[in-house]
Design a protein around this ligand. Structure first.
Ligand SMILES: [Zn+2]
Length: 87
């Protein structure tokens, strides 16, 4: 559930993995249709970086878990604003 596998990110992963300060800046990139919700497999619109790794969540699961994420996440990338109202 916690893979950071984008090639462009791996290429610049010169900082130690345990350096939390640089985590957000290192992994941030726009979410694409290839990013799937870790809970249901739908397209992900939220990325939450935790000390144990990252979670990708669809709009539904992001809303469902946002209170817990806001307590525990080091960083939350929220692109739910790009969701159309029709969904
Ligand atoms: Zn989901």
């Amino acid at each position: 559930m916690s893979q950071i596998s984008a090639p462009d990110i791996a290429a610049e992963a010169t900082v130690p993995a345990e350096s939390e300060v640089t985590v957000a800046g290192t992994i941030e990139r726009p979410l694409t249709t290839a990013d799937r919700c870790d809970a249901c497999g739908a397209q992900a619109f939220v990325r939450a970086v935790l000390t144990s790794g990252q979670l990708l969540l669809c709009g539904h699961h992001a809303r469902a878990h946002m209170p817990a994420l806001k307590r525990q996440a080091l960083y939350i990338q929220d692109e739910t604003a790009t969701l159309s109202p029709a969904q």
